[in-house]
Write a new protein. Structure first.
Length: 98
């Protein structure tokens, strides 16, 4: 069996969320905490807390999931984090302008 990939959401110290993808979740979390890149979104928002993650068998599946989550509004990400998967369709952006 090949490597697995994880998509994850971090809650930053300022209350914002960061969504990412990695092949080594433990290592990636440590990198976020250590603040290795001053230009990284999480650098000035440490400490960060892992609030959600899911594993995928392929890079492509994980990449698609990450892209999808990055397009979600905060309220939808928070429903996912709480495990309220059934409410996700109702939280999708409306295609009509109000």
């Amino acid at each position: 069996m090949g490597p697995t990939y994880a998509v994850y959401i971090l809650r930053c110290s300022d209350g914002s969320y960061y969504t990412g993808m990695t092949s080594d979740l433990g290592l990636r979390l440590a990198e976020h905490e250590q603040g290795l890149d001053i230009r990284a979104y999480t650098f000035s928002r440490r400490p960060v807390v892992l609030v959600w993650s899911e594993s995928f068998a392929s890079h492509d599946e994980a990449f698609r999931c990450e892209r999808q989550l990055k397009g979600w509004r905060r309220v939808k990400k928070e429903a996912l984090i709480r495990g309220e998967v059934g409410s996700l369709p109702s939280l999708a952006r409306s295609s009509t302008v109000r």
